[in-house]
Design a protein around this ligand. Sequence first.
Ligand code: ADP
Ligand code: ADP
Ligand code: ZN
Ligand code: ZN
Length: 749
Amino acid sequence: MPNDAIRITGARQHNLRGFDLTVPRRAITAFTGVSGSGKTSLVFDTIAAEARRQLNETFTAFVRNRLPSAGRPDVDLIENLSPVVVIDQRRLGGNARSTVGTITDIYTLLRLLFSRAGTPAIGESNRFSFNDPAGMCPRCNGIGRVVLPDVSAFLDLDRSLEEGAILLPGFGSGRYWYRQYADIGLFDPDVPLREWTGQQREALLYGGRAAARLGRKPPEDYEGLVQRFTRIYIHTEGEASERKQAVAERFTTSRTCPDCGGHRLNEAARSVRLHGLTIMDCTAMEVSDLAGVVRRVDAPGAGPVVESLTERLAALDGVGLGYLSLDRPTTTLSGGESQRIKTVRHLGSSLTEMLYVFDEPSIGLHPHDTERLTALLRRLRDKGNTILVVEHDPDVVAIADHVVDLGPGAGADGGEVVYQGDYPGLLRSDTVTGRALRRRLAPRSGPRTPAGALTVAGADRHNLRDVRVEVPTGVLTAVTGVAGSGKSSLVGVLLEQHPDGVAVDQGAVAANRRSNIATYTGIADPIRRLFARANGVRADLFSPNSAGACPDCRGLGAVYTDLAFMDGVTSVCGACKGRRFTDEVLKHTWNGRSIADVLDMTADQAREAFDDGRIRPMLDALVETGIGYLALGQPLNTLSGGECQRVKLASELQRRPAGALYVLDEPTTGLHRADTGRLVDVLDRLVDAGNTVVVIEHDLDVIRRADWVIDLGPGAGHHGGRVLFTGPPARLAEDPHSVTGAHLRRSLA
Ligand code: ADP
Ligand code: ADP
Ligand code: ZN
Ligand code: ZN
């Protein structure tokens, strides 16, 4: 039956070794394998990319020319593809107005319900829209917050205008805006502001009458700094540039809108009620509670809306997000939460025969939540869709109809299909994944003794209610609990109350597109010095900021094209062919390698090449944290969250401090099970060096190896936020009432 499978011939993208593969349609296929084995290259960069490209081909030339040129993946042929939806960890974009309610379209339905069944009903549903002039609060334009200039940050009173008293960018001595103040004869540019009269300072800031009273007539177009700043940076038309936004943030404060109290809606919309609740009351509720309210509505004509709403709310609850409220800004959601929201958006769709591609959907999920996630994947499949999942969590891989294991190793040592078949077969297979799944990390033989304790007291962030808990020092503690139970909130308070702690999080490492692994970890400098010494030239010749860098891409090896409405496109620099430096510089070698060769090496390879005392230990740390497969020159902005976290962890290991508090959020993210043991070893080393390590973690192997567990729950949102258990994991496993304990027990069986 030719249409029952996607057939791939000659997959050669990145490290893939030209294999053929058949993937069943209307089924769930899990892709496993160590990091760097080629899962992303196959699933995202080949299958999904080709599906997109083929779809683009069906558009007219006019449309095609306006789409980023996707590029043809390196594959001979792929047959029987469908339109693809990629559901990854990338945060939901969105502006200040984007909320859980708007992004899921649930708010649209709620507006409809209020416009039909509210008292008084006000007709059109856009009167409840804070994105529509008919509904938005006129004071804050539907944002819920008002932004005010932070005047205290504008001036340095100890300086004169000439010395740069105006701290706003573009107002420094000699700059354009500077002249509008210093050259108009109203102010003496050489006198420090502190020595000015109050009226002069007021005239500088606010213009207006104060300026008129200075004795000399101000120019017609004179504006005080506040007025000018507001016009340039706050009341801008359209999207402000990143630079402008950064300035605006530095010189403004924002507070809740005094008119709508942050609820974004105008007076009329705020006064309509349904079962005594306003629409804001409804959006502030947790989704699982709102479902109960909606079910009780039985106004005439509201039936279909109630039905759709109920279904959508249940879907959110079904992915373990019932603890969110509809008014939650999407910008505050974690990567895992964002991914689950995207999933719900597609569950609601009635399209079938689609191709859905997931990137590690288990991230952020307690084993208890994972059960609900797998139910969801099955539902998506049963609607007639094809599901591809890149995943390390055995609970997810276990429900796959088909498993493709890539390997045997990473990079050049990977790129082959080492197993395909069902999950029981994978468990028996002699592959790295098969062996890792069979092996369980043994519990710690004797938990280490805490050196002392850090007290968290009166914690009441988000859903925490006056929580008090002791975090033991000098040991490894796992914070556990279902998604939304309050783990991140508790750890946030811990860091706030003990501000010497270091959060090794998954956030991007640097905004700078030029930073790469070598520069961030500090090995770039000693490497450049080795090159300089070997060739008798200056070390900075090998820096991308020097004259030795390719002038076209300024040492990036790639050029980045901004597209107004879409993700930008990165392509290899044509001038240096991705080599980053001028031919002159590339002629200088060290042990037969050019600087470009070294930047192309993975940490694994570099470890064989360098034994320099300032380079080697850092390379060891990169390998130990499980990212030896990354190239030294790989830009940080191309790393996944988990990889970013491991780069930071490796750098921390090198600083070898003692007595510090380290907090890590799900350090197993993106890690193959074969590497979990090594990760725990790294954490152990931090502890054994006298540090305190706290991890938020769902991986049962890691929890079992911790010295101490703090379990939160019992549920999510206001059903959670309590400390249910503290103690060693062995005791938690014996607790007959604990959900986490039950999973620990099961994993030991
Ligand atoms: P996985 O998803 O299994 O971790 P990847 O597919 O990301 O593995 O990587 C497989 C190999 O392909 C690695 O050696 C990696 O360095 C290489 N690779 C990945 N992305 C790129 C890229 N954009 N350019 C060149 N090589 C890449
Ligand atoms: P966990 O880390 O266990 O998944 P969190 O600490 O992230 O849980 O969340 C606990 C509760 O706090 C949830 O109800 C969540 O919706 C809420 N919450 C978390 N972050 C925010 C935020 N930035 N704004 C409002 N509520 C939040
Ligand atoms: Zn308002
Ligand atoms: Zn170049």
